[in-house]
Design a protein around this ligand. Structure first.
Ligand SMILES: C[S@@+](CC[C@H](N)C(=O)[O-])C[C@H]1O[C@@H](n2cnc3c(N)ncnc32)[C@H](O)[C@@H]1O
Length: 314
């Protein structure tokens, strides 16, 4: 077992000092070992709706509790990686003891080299700079892959869901509090689209040019050649929602689109709100020019966390 220098996040209360005898390992690599409290593990797995068809990979798996709970409680399969051979043995022994070693195993590997291609869920309890370093590889995974992280965010990639738990026994990070973040790997919807929807006897011709930053959509659009403002555009995996607004004041019309992006096709429904009148119709659109998703960091942007959310007692 090779011990390398531990990096530490300035200002964060030292994690390792408070570990009990059963957790006497320090972990090896880029961050020390601290187990995620079981109540937090349970909430993370519930938030990600982990089920029997999932394949979960825990990056820096410690005693294996995240993958072991996913396998035991929800019938998921998966593996964890760590560099600490003592923790890896504890994790594999627990999996065997719990009778789930065929579905959960733990291997000695640097998490920055792990092949993530089988994952439907990726979990981390790592420092933010480690999450951000992993970010491009995670964003390249299949759309809809969920990422769940304990305590630390992914920089400017805003979480799709989050929770804040009161965990009185937690003495590290922000003592007594655990933050949970979740993201869906977004599909690529960037580029130019042409589509239509038929509402009663009226056909709407749609020309949309989506810009995409992480899961957020903006850009320009025309409905029947008239400018429409794109609002509330976002992806959750392949699921896309956006509004196209035309007119103003009493003549304003809001077109609420909900659909699925499958390669170069979007299909779904549009609800058209004009005054008190609401109509619904199916729509489809085809991509005519591919765009590039912006996943770069703005040099002086503040990291996007959701700290300060109400602490919920459990
Ligand atoms: C904070 S602990 C989290 C443990 C577990 N995921 C949990 O939530 O209970 C981080 C773990 O990452 C491991 N680790 C740190 N750097 C690593 C690296 N480069 N590759 C693999 N594991 C690493 C440490 O040994 C430690 O066990």
């Amino acid at each position: 077992m090779k011990r390398v220098g531990l990096k530490w996040l300035a200002g964060v209360v030292v994690w390792g000092a408070c570990l009990g005898a059963a957790q006497a390992q320090e972990g090896v690599g880029d961050v020390v070992y601290v187990p995620t409290p079981q109540i937090v593990v349970d909430t993370m797995l519930k938030m990600a709706k982990v089920g029997a068809s999932d394949y979960i990979i825990d990056l820096g798996s410690g005693d294996g509790r995240i993958v072991i709970t996913a396998a035991k409680q929800y019938g998921a399969r998966g593996f964890g990686v760590d560099l600490d051979t003592v923790l890896l043995k504890i994790a594999n022994d627990t999996a065997r003891r719990e009778g789930i070693a065929d579905r959960a195993h733990f291997v000695e590997e640097n998490l920055f080299k792990t092949d993530l291609s089988k994952a439907t869920v990726v979990s981390t309890y790592l420092l933010p700079e480690m999450n951000e370093k992993l970010r491009p590889r995670i964003l390249a995974l299949k759309p809809g892959t969920r990422v769940i992280a304990h305590d630390y965010h992914m920089g400017e990639w805003r979480p799709d869901d989050n929770d804040t738990l009161s965990v009185p026994e937690k003495t590290v990070g922000n003592p007594g509090v655990s933050y949970i973040y979740m993201w869906y790997v977004p599909a690529n919807a960037a580029g130019k689209w042409k589509g239509s929807a038929t509402v009663g006897r009226q056909t709407l011709a749609l020309d949309i040019d989506f810009g995409q930053r992480f899961q957020m959509l903006s850009g320009k659009a025309l409905i029947n050649q008239k400018p429409a403002e794109i609002m509330s555009g976002r992806l959750r995996g392949e699921d896309v929602t956006f509004w196209l607004n035309t007119g103003s004041g009493a003549a304003s019309v809001r077109h609420e689109f909900n659909g699925k992006v499958t390669g170069d096709t979007i299909s779904g429904t549009v609800r058209i709100h004009a005054g008190k009148n609401v109509e619904q119709a199916p729509f489809t659109a085809k991509r005519t020019a591919q765009g590039k998703v912006d996943i770069t960091s703005a040099p002086d942007a503040a990291p996007v966390g959701v700290r300060g959310a109400t602490v919920a007692s459990r």
